[in-house]
Design a protein. Structure first.
Length: 598
């Protein structure tokens, strides 16, 4: 599999983009014309740099408004094209992208477009250049790949083929299955992009919101499977116009891009089975169905452990060689790490996922270029493999049985009076520049599945929430994207939380309050509204009000929950899921956000 990336995907100048692509392991790049025009280097210097970096220059793009025009306009097209062909020879590029006409087309006639592409192809042949004709989703007349292929077929010139772009095909809802009917030698190029499900005009959608495969809502494995079945053997190239990636570190974005292709190739190979051909595979790993632990970096005096005691956790002991303490409740394991006495605000530092077999999971993460985390271990201690997620939270693939013996002096056995508990979800707040990367990270590295996004109004902006979950729902990981312009005084918006599922939240909270827990205060208006929204008994609402419990109900069941106060950047949520309720009480989130901003 050869991989390529359009320079438009990355921030910086052309040379910087080239270094980033090479460093991330791309085999080639598409030169986006405005990047070359703005570069101080000559075409020969760019060509020499590509050579030195081991990058092939796969495509020159875009050439616009070429066909469907009258003869007078076409004479200008040929003039323009010839200048570009000469430039491409200086660059050593032999493939040019020709977009379907958006601006100047006046003739809605396949014969005319085909005839003009043929003549353009003849001119290109003289320069040993080939043309890849792409139907833009907003083309004036040609906006469907099936039509662009019909025109290429009619043009019938060896130097004229099609470029397939997943965005243009899937954004319009066109069935990609007919790609299989196009002869492999006529598919000159393939561009891949994902995108979120949005209802907006397709041009703005494309220019601002394209994503790397695995970050959006398109079924790219199915798309690529059709292209592979057609026999396409050229590079898998990414063409992603995205407002965020234009302003973030190009090296990091390029790595993210390369990761997306490795994931996509693997998923497509799964679909193709024996027909997968040269698509590389990743070590296979089932999604984790339980959290193994959460590590909180907090000095012993920070108050985090006071909260855990109030919630009813048992002290599980001190680590043999590190300043780390374990707290347990049922299947919940919280590790508090002294962070070397640092006064930094307590925060979630690591999440352990209970994967069936940690070795292939770590191999898979490495193959996806997840940055490894190195922690000191001593003789006789388990060396757990961990990786840094895009927001810096460390991700472990681990099993409690392997490491829990390293803690001594805790309470033997767990008390059963509070009933069992498990980690229901871990909510991680994502900085704006790494949100999409985080979705891809958890999709590809841990095989979690993104759920539809939700937006929640907070006091200082809309919070976008993307839940990543395992197939059976044992692991739920809501990722919250912060509003970009945080208002002063709403530091709370940065807080992350660990939600603990228990069986009798009323009893648990009543007991915790006796131990001194002060749950986040819920305003009286909320309960008045609750009575209006749901038919609940007065007694029940009185209990909720007394304990500051929030409530939600849908067709699947009920959800009772409450929050602790925040310590540093961490708070806890207690939840009780009744029947098959699968949400997070999203309707209650604005109440929480306002109360926390207090
Ligand atoms: Mg394209
Ligand atoms: Mg929550």
């Amino acid at each position: 599999m050869r991989t390529s990336i359009a320079t438009v995907c990355l921030s910086g100048g052309l040379v910087q983009k080239m270094y980033a692509a090479a460093e991330a392991g791309f085999d080639g790049i598409e030169i986006f014309e405005p990047d070359l025009v703005a570069a101080p280097q000559s075409p020969e210097e760019i060509r020499a740099l590509a050579d030195r970096l081991g990058l092939s220059l796969d495509l020159y793009q875009p050439f616009r408004d070429a066909e469907g025009v009258d003869e007078e306009a076409f004479a200008d097209v040929l003039h323009r094209a010839e200048a570009k062909f000469r430039l491409m020879r200086r660059l050593g590029i032999d493939l040019m992208l020709v977009c379907s006409n958006v601006g100047t087309a006046t003739l809605d006639d396949d014969e005319v477009s085909a005839g003009q592409l043929r003549r353009l192809g003849e001119l290109a042949a003289a320069y040993d250049i080939r043309l890849a004709y792409e139907a833009l989703a907003w083309g004036r007349f040609v906006d469907d790949y099936r039509r662009s292929w019909r025109i290429v077929e009619l043009a019938d010139h060896p130097n004229v083929g099609v470029c397939l772009d997943s965005f243009h095909i899937l954004s319009r809802g066109h069935d990609p299955k007919q790609i299989e009917e196009i002869p492999a030698e006529k598919i000159f190029f393939l561009q891949l992009a994902d995108a979120p499900a949005l209802s907006m005009d397709v041009l703005s959608w494309s220019r601002h919101h394209r994503l790397f495969p695995g970050e959006g809502s398109f079924d790219l494995p199915a798309f690529l499977a059709h292209v592979q079945r057609a026999g396409y053997a050229g590079p898998l190239s990414l063409e992603v116009f995205n407002d965020t990636f234009r302003q973030t570190d190009p090296v990091r974005t390029a790595r993210q891009a390369q990761r997306s292709l490795r994931w996509l190739a693997d998923r497509t190979a799964d679909l193709l089975g024996d027909e997968a051909g040269p698509l590389p595979r990743l070590p296979e790993v089932a999604a984790p169905e339980a959290f193994d632990f959460v590590e909180i970096k907090a000095p012993e005096t920070s108050g985090v452990e006071v909260l855990l005691e109030q919630l009813g956790f048992d002290f599980g002991g001190r680590h043999r060689s590190k300043q780390v303490r374990l707290w347990t409740w049922g299947e919940v394991r919280i590790v508090c790490n002294d962070q070397g006495g640092s006064p930094a605000a307590p925060r979630i530092a690591a999440v352990g996922f209970d994967v069936a077999d940690s070795e292939p999971a770590a191999e898979r993460a490495a193959a996806l270029m997840a940055p490894p985390v190195h922690r000191r271990t001593y003789a006789g201690e388990q060396a757990l493999r961990a990786f840094s997620s895009p927001d810096g939270t460390e991700v472990f693939c681990s099993h409690a049985e392997d490491w829990i013996g390293e803690f001594d002096g805790g309470v033997a056995g767990t008390s059963t009076e509070r009933g069992s508990a498990r980690i229901d979800h871990v909510n991680l707040v994502q900085p704006w520049h790494s949100f999409d990367e985080a979705v891809l990270f958890y999709t590809s590295v841990l095989s979690l599945t993104p759920q539809p996004t939700q937006e929640v109004a907070g006091p200082s902006g809309l919070v976008r929430s993307q839940v990543m979950s395992s197939p059976a729902g044992g692991v739920r990981l809501p990722l919250n994207l912060l509003p970009t312009g945080q208002l002063a005084g709403d530091e709370q918006a940065h807080a992350q939380h660990v939600a603990l599922a228990c069986q009798d939240i009323v009893g648990v909270v009543a007991a915790a309050r006796e131990r001194g827990l002060r749950p986040l205060k819920v305003p009286g208006n909320y309960y008045d509204d609750l009575v209006a929204r749901f038919r609940l008994s007065e007694d029940f609402v009185a209990t909720l009000r007394e304990l500051d419990l929030l409530y939600d109900r849908d067709a699947d069941g009920e959800y009772l929950h409450c929050y602790t106060e925040t310590v540093g950047e961490v708070f806890f949520e207690l939840v009780e899921r009744r029947e098959r309720y699968d949400g997070f009480g999203a309707g209650n989130a604005p109440v929480r956000l306002v109360s926390q901003a207090g």
